[in-house]
Write a protein that binds this ligand. Sequence first.
Ligand SMILES: CC(C)(COP(=O)(O)OP(=O)(O)OC[C@H]1O[C@@H](n2cnc3c(N)ncnc32)[C@H](O)[C@@H]1OP(=O)(O)O)[C@@H](O)C(=O)NCCC(=O)NCCS
Ligand SMILES: [Zn+2]
Length: 205
Amino acid sequence: MWWGRIGQVRDEFTADLDPVERQRLKAYVRAEDKARFLLGCTIVRRVLASRLSLPPASIRLERACPDCGKPHGKVRSDGIELSVTHSGKLVGVAVSDRPVGLDVEKVDPGLDVDGLARLSLSEAELAALPQHDGRARAFTTYWTRKEAVVKATGVGLRSDLRTITGQPDGFQVIELEVDPGYVAALAVVSAEPLDVRTRSAQVLI
Ligand SMILES: CC(C)(COP(=O)(O)OP(=O)(O)OC[C@H]1O[C@@H](n2cnc3c(N)ncnc32)[C@H](O)[C@@H]1OP(=O)(O)O)[C@@H](O)C(=O)NCCC(=O)NCCS
Ligand SMILES: [Zn+2]
């Protein structure tokens, strides 16, 4: 797992992007969205480049969306499993030999927990949510675990999140410590013990 912060972004990173990535970068209106996307692309490209001893710009990435075919789906590259996530100032990239899903969310204390929880939590999870203090954080923790699972398979939010609870069959799901005010989870499709290593994107930059 590689973690970066949007303050690490530099304009020159755009030099390594492919035409699809340039198009998507241009389409983002807010500077923070541009920075999150650019840093995600840069981490993916630089990690794969160093593993393959190739220049970052030469890495071929595929992002076809399973719904519409446009290049905004799970990022894929031959022979390696990847997952990208961004929220607030954080950008995370998981690189694995097994299908992997990573999700980070900045906890929003003003979140409409009731509305979202009914659509996405199981009965048991709903009952276990704290009534007041920590409610948004507890909900967001469930949410990132579920998203990590659906991101591992590439299905994304088309799944009924209410049915994705605990450790679904075949998955290992772990909660991650990231920055204060954020929650994150990692899901891996594997029965083997996980060996998770966390690195700062700073060394790539
Ligand atoms: C994928 C999804 C779970 C992302 O959730 P999010 O919390 O908003 O965003 P995150 O920052 O955590 O993740 C975004 C990354 O997920 C990846 N991703 C996109 N679709 C994905 C999918 N179906 N499965 C796994 N990963 C996916 C991409 O790498 C994306 O990064 P990028 O924008 O830099 O390319 C959510 O957007 C989704 O389910 N999308 C599918 C349904 C949909 O909206 N389809 C598009 C319209 S056709
Ligand atoms: Zn789509």
